[in-house]
Design a protein around this ligand. Structure first.
Ligand SMILES: [Zn+2]
Length: 332
């Protein structure tokens, strides 16, 4: 008897038996309505296409993404954000096994690599935009600036900084230094992290690269072609680390930016880094938002889920097609 809980994940995602079990489940038309799977992607690109960006933040290569979308389109009803909003507002229920496709951060590779695949397969998608970044090339995500500074600085000797001693000898040392700093910075307020990384980049004598976020012109084109644009706050602030006034400012500011640049946005927000708590969700509710998307893994039963804390299934560079198919199963 196959025990899914005790087998290592890597073994599981290469198992033919598992493949057959999932294929049987995928052929089934049974299932409850309003069970929503939300896939979360960030960047779709070749690992070395943009060497200034951390390749571990890729969700998939263009070829892997195309295979995933072909599979999803064949086996699952892909719904729009508008359909999800309508179902939550007690409109028509979602078909069993519905999937919503979401993309966070609005990196340029969405327009270059993801959208052509989605468009030709006629799949609806929602793009969550941190609205302070388009057309602001000097404003960079701190994790991108940190990666670029650590991996390209001409300095090789160890260096003492506010964030501890940095080892920069080999490329492996640099990558380890980057991972260590990133895991520490992820836990602090976004603005403080940005300021610390800016100071560190200056000390390492590395100038910031223009940010890799799409321009408003590109976003307007995507919106006209059918991509749903929604809020990912303005500055990508971690909302559970800031005061309620700042939460309201980030949410209302980004809604106003989207309204000004691309038209009225849906009452929906993807929490930066998925971070939220009851206080933040309460602020969103008071502002009239209907859906909030986290990065907690799982499938949503819309009848019993808090719509301001919806779960998503994040796709990463190590998610092979079978791994993705496992995660879309109700028993997973
Ligand atoms: Zn994000």
């Amino acid at each position: 008897m196959l025990d899914l809980k005790t087998l290592p994940w890597q073994v599981l995602t290469r198992s033919r038996l598992l493949d057959r079990l999932i294929a049987r489940s995928e052929r089934s038309t049974a299932g409850q309505p309003n069970q929503l799977r939300v896939l979360l992607y960030h960047r779709i690109d070749e690992p070395m296409a943009r060497p200034e960006l951390d390749p571990t933040l890729l969700s998939a290569t263009p070829a892997a993404f195309e295979a995933q979308m072909r599979h999803v389109a064949r086996h699952y009803p892909v719904v729009s954000l508008e359909q999800v909003l309508s179902a939550v507002r007690r409109g028509p229920p979602l078909a069993p096994r519905s999937v919503l496709l979401t993309f966070d951060d609005a990196y340029q590779d969405f327009a270059e690599n993801a959208w052509p695949v989605l468009r030709s397969a006629r799949l609806r998608a929602t793009l969550f935009v941190p609205t302070a970044y388009p057309d602001q090339p000097s404003r960079t995500f701190w994790w991108d600036r940190l990666y670029h500074a650590i991996t390209t600085t001409a300095r090789c000797r160890p260096m003492d900084t506010l964030m501890g001693r940095l080892t920069l000898d080999t490329l492996a040392d640099r990558r380890q230094t980057f991972r260590r700093l990133k895991s520490r910075l992820k836990r602090i307020d976004h603005e403080l992290a940005s300021a610390l990384v800016a100071a560190l980049s200056d000390a390492l004598e590395v100038a910031a690269r223009p940010n890799p976020v799409m321009t408003w012109e590109t976003l307007r084109r995507l919106s006209a072609e059918g991509v749903t644009l929604a809020s990912h706050t303005r500055t990508h602030a971690l909302l559970d680390r800031v005061e309620p006034d700042r939460v309201a400012e980030e949410v209302c500011g980004s809604m106003a930016d989207l309204a000004r640049e691309t038209g009225p946005p849906p009452p929906v927000l993807a929490y930066p880094a998925g971070q939220t708590n009851p206080r933040v969700a309460g602020v969103l509710r008071d502002l009239g938002l209907v859906l909030g998307l986290t990065i907690r893994r799982g499938i949503n039963d819309l009848a019993n889920s808090d719509p301001l804390r919806l779960r998503r299934i994040a796709v990463g560079p190590h998610t092979n097609l079978l791994g993705l198919r496992v995660q879309l199963q109700p028993w997973r």
